[in-house]
Design a protein around this ligand. Sequence first.
Ligand SMILES: CC(=O)N[C@H]1[C@@H](OP(=O)(O)OP(=O)(O)OC[C@H]2O[C@@H](n3ccc(=O)[nH]c3=O)[C@H](O)[C@@H]2O)O[C@H](CO)[C@@H](O)[C@@H]1O[C@H](C)C(=O)N[C@@H](C)C(=O)N[C@H](CCC(=O)O)C(=O)O
Ligand SMILES: Nc1ncnc2c1ncn2[C@@H]1O[C@H](COP(=O)(O)OP(=O)(O)OP(=O)(O)O)[C@@H](O)[C@H]1O
Ligand SMILES: N[C@H](CCC[C@H](N)C(=O)O)C(=O)O
Ligand SMILES: [Mg+2]
Length: 488
Amino acid sequence: MKALTDILYKVRLRAVNGDSNALVADVQIDSRKVQQGSLFVAVKGSASDGHAFIAKSLELGAAVIVCETLPSELKEGVTYVQVEDSAEAVGLIAHNFYGQPSDRVKLVGVTGTNGKTTIATLLYKLFTKLGYTCGLVSTVENMIAGEVIPSTHTTPDAVSLNALLAQMVAAGCTHVFMEVSSHAVHQRRIAGLHFTGALFSNITHDHLDYHKTFDEYIKAKKAFFDGLTADAFAITNADDKRGAVMLQNTSATKYAYSLKTVADFKGKILENALTGLVMTVNEQEVHFRLIGEFNAYNLLAVYGAAVLLGEEKQEVLQVLSNSTGAEGRFDYIVSAKGRVLGIVDYAHTPDALENVLSTIKKLRKGHEQVITVVGCGGDRDKTKRPVMAEVACNGSDRVILTSDNPRTEDPNAILADMEAGLNTAAKRKAITIADRGQAIKTAVSLAGPDDILLIAGKGHEKYQDIAGVKHHFDDKEVLRDMFEQLDK
Ligand SMILES: CC(=O)N[C@H]1[C@@H](OP(=O)(O)OP(=O)(O)OC[C@H]2O[C@@H](n3ccc(=O)[nH]c3=O)[C@H](O)[C@@H]2O)O[C@H](CO)[C@@H](O)[C@@H]1O[C@H](C)C(=O)N[C@@H](C)C(=O)N[C@H](CCC(=O)O)C(=O)O
Ligand SMILES: Nc1ncnc2c1ncn2[C@@H]1O[C@H](COP(=O)(O)OP(=O)(O)OP(=O)(O)O)[C@@H](O)[C@H]1O
Ligand SMILES: N[C@H](CCC[C@H](N)C(=O)O)C(=O)O
Ligand SMILES: [Mg+2]
C-alpha cells in the first residue's frame, strides 16, 4: 500500500476531491484488472475512452479515480483526482508507485524505424558479457538477468513497464536497455522515466496507419529526445536524413555515428561478406560476425553507447566482435545436401526488406537465384503493401507473395493490395500462395543448389494471427523441416 500524496509527485493536478492520503493497493489503466483499493486512471484511447469505465472500476473496489473529466456523480469514500493529462499522469504515477525504478538503473532507450531490437539486444548481450546484471525490454522478449519474460508490445504500457523495471531493480540490474516505439512516445508510455542515454537508428516509411503523416511520425520519435534531461547522452545516426533533426531540441549531450562522414563514432566497411563484416571503428580494425551494412550501423550505435556508459573501448570491441544478433534478424540456416541458404528475417517494412535484399545481393557470388517469400500484416499500414511487393520483385529472381498475420482482414484482400504494386515484368517473377506454410514449401522446392531463400516479415514470431486467433507458426521451424526432407 502506498499513500496517494506520495504517488502524485510531479503530476499536473487540477483538483483533488476526497482524502488525499488515501492508500493505494495498485495502479490500473484497465478497469478489468481493478481490485479492492486500486487506483484507476481513465485514459482516452484510440478505440474507447477510459472515462467510460470509471463506474465499472468503482464496482470492483477502486479507491482512487484519476481522470481528466469528473463524472457527474461522485461516490462517497472515493478520492477523485482531476489531472491535465491522464496519459502523462499514468507514467508519473506508475513511476512513483513502483519506487522510481528508472532512477535506480542506467536506462538506455533505442528508437528508430528499424534496428531497435537488434541494438537493444546487442547492448544487453554486451553488458551481460562485461559482467553486469542487465534488463532488456524488447519486441522479441523482455529479459531480467537471463530470465525470459514474454513480451506483448515493443514498449509496454506505463504501468507494466514500471512494474517490469521495479522487478529489474529488485533482481539487482544496473543497466536496462529498452526499445522505445513511436506509439509508446505518442501515448506517453514513457512519461516520467529517467533515461541515462538515448539512441536513434533511422526513420523510414512505417506506421502511417497510426501517425497519419510522415511528419507526425518524425515528431513522435523526436519527442523522445526532446524529453531527455541534461545529464543524459543522445546518439544519432549522422547518415540518416533526419538524424540531426532528432537532436535539434534535446537538452542531452549530443553525439553521432556514421559510415560516411566525420562523427564521434566513425566506421568504415572494409569487407562485407557472408562470413561477417570487417570494418574500422574509430580507426581500429575489427572483424564482426554480424552481416550487412545495416548491422555496421547497429554496431556503431552500440559501440557509442557502451563508450559513453564508461566501458573500455578495446573490451567492448572484443565482445562485440563475437556477438550474434537477435532471433529472426538475418537468422540463417543451410540445407546440407541442397546447399540452399535459408534466411529468416523480420523485415516487415519496405525499407527493411530492401536492406535485407541489397545485403544478400552484395553477399552472393553471382549465379545463385534469390527466392523471396513475403507478406504484409493485416490491420496495419496498407500503403506499404504494394511497395513491399515491388521491392521484393526488384531484389529477387522469384517471389512468393503470401500471408503474414492477416489479423481481422481477408488474406486475399491483403495479397491483392500487394499485387497492385507489380508491373508486368515483376508479375512474371511472382506467384501468390495465401497459405504461408505452403508458400515456404514451394520456395524450397523451387530452390536449386546454392540458391538463397529469404523468408521475410515474421522473424522470431511463433504464431500466425488469422481472424484474431493465434495459431502456432514459426518460419524457421517450417524451413528447417523442409530442409530436413530435402537432405533425406
Ligand atoms: C493503437 C494502440 O497502440 N493501442 C494501444 C492502446 O490501446 P487503445 O488506445 O486502443 O485503448 P482503448 O481500447 O481505446 O482503451 C482506452 C482505455 O480504456 C481502458 N479500458 C478499455 C476497455 C475496458 O473494458 N476497460 C478499460 O479500462 C484501456 O485499458 C485504455 O486505457 O493502449 C493499450 C494499453 O496501453 C495498448 O495495449 C494498445 O496496444 C495495442 C494492443 C497495439 O496493438 N498496439 C501496437 C500498434 C503497438 O503499440 N505497437 C508498438 C510498436 C510497433 C513497432 O514499432 O513495430 C509497440 O510498442 O508495441
Ligand atoms: N539499422 C538498420 N537499418 C535498416 N534495417 C535494419 C537495421 N537493423 C535491422 N534492420 C532490418 O530491419 C528488421 C527489423 O530489425 P529490428 O527488429 O532490429 O528493428 P525494430 O526497430 O526493433 O523493428 P520493430 O519496430 O518491428 O520491432 C530486421 O529484420 C533487419 O532486416
Ligand atoms: N510491431 C509491428 C510488427 C509487425 C510484424 C509483422 N509480422 C506483422 O504482423 O505485420 C506491428 O505490430 O505493427
Ligand atoms: Mg523491435
